[in-house]
Design a protein around this ligand. Structure first.
Ligand code: FES
Length: 203
């Protein structure tokens, strides 16, 4: 189970508001929902706030979004603390989340976690001294067929092993974006040796 704690008061900004550009985006997001259902925009607005605020969601941002949507602050806190895609405290530039739920565990995610620890020099839920990486475990990421799965930024890295994990960290450290998806060249979720049915495309 992933437990996140909100940042201590000394790390919390006193106020938060969307930039002019994000205010426009927020209006467009809210307009997607039917009249009277604007509270449903809370999740995309949290995402927008988190992206604006160095990848984490301070309490002031939750309060700001709650006010914008006219929902009680407690409702906003419930959403922010329930979903693990929201970071409630500062994180490194790259947040590496290794799935350790059963299918990934059976396919070697424990070794992938150990590889990350060794390559980064930090433990789980820790950030490197240079602020470049934070390492976390994740619950099932919903891509079990290509286990083990690692979630970094907006991308999934699948079929990861110790070798490919090391290369991914090296690439990120060098300022590059390693290609996401299967690290073994698997076509989407086809068998590792390639598709066995529906191999020809006929229109
Ligand atoms: S168990 Fe890891 S993606 Fe589902």
């Amino acid at each position: 189970m992933i437990v996140q704690k909100t940042a201590p008061p000394e790390q919390q900004p006193a106020t938060f508001e969307f930039s002019a550009e994000n205010q426009e985006k927020a209006k467009a997001i809210i307009a997607r929902y039917p009249q009277g259902r604007q509270a449903s925009a809370i999740m995309p607005l949290f995402d927008l706030a988190q992206r604006q605020h160095d990848g984490w969601l301070p309490t002031a941002a939750m309060d700001y979004v709650a006010k914008m949507l006219d929902v009680p602050r407690m409702r906003a806190y419930e959403v922010a603390t329930f979903y693990s895609m929201y970071n409630l405290a500062p994180i490194g530039k790259h947040l590496i989340r290794v799935c350790t739920t059963t299918p990934c565990e059976l396919r070697g995610s424990a070794e992938v976690v150990e590889t990350c620890k060794a390559a980064l020099g930090v433990g789980l839920n820790e950030t490197t001294a240079d602020g470049l990486f934070t390492l976390r475990e994740a619950e099932c990421l919903g891509a079990c067929v290509n286990a083990p799965v690692v979630w970094i930024g907006d991308d999934y890295y699948e079929d990861v092993d110790t070798d490919s994990m090391r290369k991914i960290v090296e690439a990120l450290r060098a300022g590059n974006t390693p290609p996401p998806g299967s690290q073994k060249g698997r076509q989407t979720s086809a068998p590792i040796g390639g598709p066995t049915t529906l191999k020809e495309q006929t229109v």
